[in-house]
Design a binder for this molecule. Structure first.
Ligand code: TSJ
Length: 652
């Protein structure tokens, strides 16, 4: 029986490697891996059929534990391979990735290449037999995994391919016994095989697939003339389809075959099942993107067209997004192309960039034609109605979410105005909350952008004294601050997420500036109190005066300082800064922002408590006493109100 020689063993080192590390080729040696052996064989047969040769595949699970696959295609090549000096059949079963040597230029859409090849099935089988029916002749070959000197050699051709008779049949037949030294369990599962074949039958319309289980005397034939249309129909059987039958598009472009079937059901989920060369791509990829783009475009066009005709002017106001058109969508997208590249976590995402435009083109054309037909107008309207309700719900949900955010805030939006620093090190980073856009601009120019971020507050953002704090939270400026700081607020506050070690409020030394400071402090006090107790909140101290003599200049931060300096001077000029905007970027840097020279007040809990009291007072209606109170107590520039100690108060 055995007619192999030592040359066969050398040739098969690759197959021995498969046996050494089966996991690398089939993932597991559990049931999934076992079935993988069968998928490899089935996929090869299906490829032949899918490329137009033959129309039938029979899968049999035998009593002896073997599985066999028969097709009525052209028959695996039997002629010797010019380089490898062995029959085509032997190449297929002994060379890893033999598909590349044979299939690539023979099949229009080289499908079988996704698998590791029939040789892996051979390597992990006790034995494997092949019958080829071709050109009136019948051929046979047998491979075995044999033990020699205590070592197992995988898939050795123990009977080289030979002619064994005449036949009128055409096709290939492969039968193998999975090796129980590799797999714990070698029992094929009927349902698993059935489900796989059913999916395959849907994806290859008109192909007859027969499953025979001799172990339990069960037999089933699967054939769907409607292909993926029938797939979508079966997927939506126990749901409520909004129309029947599914929309179907099929075309070929640049050697890429594209087909898609879609339907909408009465729910809110999106279900797109996509495939490339019959391989599922649950992670999506470029083909799915192309399909979605086309769907969104065509449906938007449909809305526009029917709005233009004056049917429903209101529709114009709805700004649809792609998701709106995919609520309740059930679609099967199947493409076939050459040289597929898979990416993603599980290598189940199509990466070929060219697929996107091709799928988009076929789908746009097909869907446009579909909806242009008068008899399909109603289907278009049904889909648009569904999309409208999706858009409405989406907008309502967004409003609700915004409101929830403004109360129980976790805000990462609205930080567009933030001029962030480049450093990602929160320990050294600082954020200046600056009153007014113009001062904000100056601060942006003056800062050290490596560690200093600038967040300008527009004018006087919180100018209504009657604003209750929850209304303050609805304020865009406040939400921006929350988003920038990163900690969240209230119960959700997490100091670990703080993005800046120092949060510096920088406002003018006037009433408005004071007002803003108080509101911000109140806000921090109520919603981010740990920032205050942890000592992260500061009030920047821009100078109030500049004193200049012939040969020297001084910046004074308080009236006291000014008195002290000017008392010893005779000829000097005095500049009073009314706002940050009067300073140049350079001046702002040297006097207020440069850590080596600036003065800052580190805000204490008592400071914040006081600010909070003041805010509470401001909420009253009587303006008179309020103003007095502010002037007396809330003036940060009065050294006795907020004890100002240079740098030592900054805590480093
Ligand atoms: F898995 C497998 F490779 F063992 C296998 C392949 C198993 C089964 C059941 C069928 C097949 C198979 C392969 N069916 N049909 C083919 N066809 C070819 O390999 C083939 C035939 C002719 C030509 C040609 O150019 O004339 C090219 C090819 C690739």
């Amino acid at each position: 029986m055995a007619s192999y020689d030592s040359k066969d063993l050398i040739v098969l080192e690759g197959l021995d490697a498969v046996r050494m590390r089966p996991g690398m080729y089939i993932g597991t040696t559990g049931l999934k891996g076992l079935h993988h052996l069968l998928w490899e064989i089935i996929d090869n047969a299906i490829d032949e059929i899918a490329n137009g040769y033959g129309n039938k595949v029979v899968v049999t699970l035998h009593k002896d534990g073997t599985a066999s696959v028969l097709d009525n295609g052209r028959g695996i090549p039997v002629s010797p391979h010019p380089k490898l000096k062995m029959s085509g059949v032997e190449v297929v079963f002994t060379q890893l990735h033999a598909g590349g040597k044979f299939g690539d230029h023979n099949y229009k859409y080289s499908g079988g290449l996704h698998g590791v090849g029939a040789s892996v099935t051979n390597a992990l089988s006790r034995y494997l037999e092949v019958n080829v029916y071709k050109d009136g002749k019948k051929y046979f070959a047998r491979f075995e995994s044999i033990e020699k000197n205590g070592k197992i050699h995988s898939g050795v051709p123990v009977e080289h391919l030979k002619e064994v008779g005449n036949t009128t049949l055409k096709g290939s037949y492969v039968r193998f016994l999975p090796d129980d030294r590799v797999f714990k369990d070698i029992n094929f599962d009927y349902d698993t095989v059935y489900e796989r074949l059913k999916e395959t039958a849907f994806l290859n319309k008109g192909v007859h697939i027969e499953l025979i289980d001799e172990r339990i005397n069960k037999q089933e034939t699967l054939c769907y003339e409607g292909g993926i249309r029938d797939y979508v129909t079966s997927l939506t059987m126990d749901k409520k389809p909004l129309f029947v039958p599914p929309i179907y598009i099929e075309n070929e472009i640049d050697d890429t075959y594209v087909s898609v079937a879609l339907q909408y059901v009465d729910n809110y989920t999106e279900n797109i099942f996509s495939y490339v060369n019959n391989i599922p791509t649950p992670e999506g990829g470029t083909h799915e993107v192309g399909f979605k783009t086309a769907l969104t475009k065509v449906l938007n066009d449909f809305v526009k067209k029917h709005t233009k005709e004056g049917k429903d002017k209101k529709d114009k106001e709805i700004a649809f997004i792609g998701d709106d058109f995919r609520e309740g969508l059930v679609a099967v997208l199947s493409i076939k192309m050459k040289n597929v590249q898979f990416e993603g976590q599980t290598k189940t995402k199509l990466g070929n960039v060219e697929a996107r435009a091709r799928v988009e083109s076929v789908c746009t054309q097909g869907l446009t034609e579909f909806f242009a037909s008068k008899k399909n107008e109603n289907i278009g309207n049904i889909i648009i109605e569904k999309a409208k309700s999706a858009a409405r719900v989406r907008q309502a949900a967004k409003r609700a979410k915004d409101l929830a955010r403004s109360k129980n805030i976790e805000t990462s939006m609205l930080i567009g105005k933030l001029a962030n620093c480049t450093s990602k090190n929160a320990d050294i980073n600082e954020i200046f909350i600056v009153e007014g856009d113009s001062a904000g601009g100056t601060a942006k120019q003056g800062r050290d952008r490596y560690f200093q971020a600038i967040l300008p507050l527009r004018g006087k953002p919180l100018n209504s004294e009657k604003k209750r704090i929850d209304q303050v939270l609805a304020n865009e400026e406040i939400r921006t601050i929350i988003g920038a700081i990163g900690t969240g607020i209230g119960e959700d506050f997490k100091l670990d997420n703080l993005k800046y070690n120092k949060i510096i409020i920088l406002s003018d030394a006037d009433q408005d500036g004071m007002h803003i400071r108080c509101i911000l402090l109140t806000f921090f006090f109520r919603y981010m109190r740990p920032l205050i107790t942890n000592g992260n909140i500061y009030v920047g101290m821009p100078p109030l005066y500049k004193v200049t003599t012939k040969d020297k200049e001084w910046y004074c931060y308080t009236d006291e300082e000014l008195n002290k300096i000017t008392s010893n001077l005779k000829n000097y000029s005095l500049q009073r800064y009314k706002g940050l905007g009067e300073m140049s970027a350079e001046q702002l840097w040297t006097t207020t922002m440069d850590p080596a020279r600036r003065s800052m007040i580190r805000v204490t809990l008592e400071d914040a408590v006081m600010a909070d009291k003041e805010i509470t007072m401001w909420m009253g209606d009587d303006v008179g006493p309020r103003k007095d109170y502010i002037n007396k107590n809330a003036n940060f520039n009065k050294i006795d109100t907020f004890k100002k100690n240079k740098e030592d108060k900054e805590g480093n």
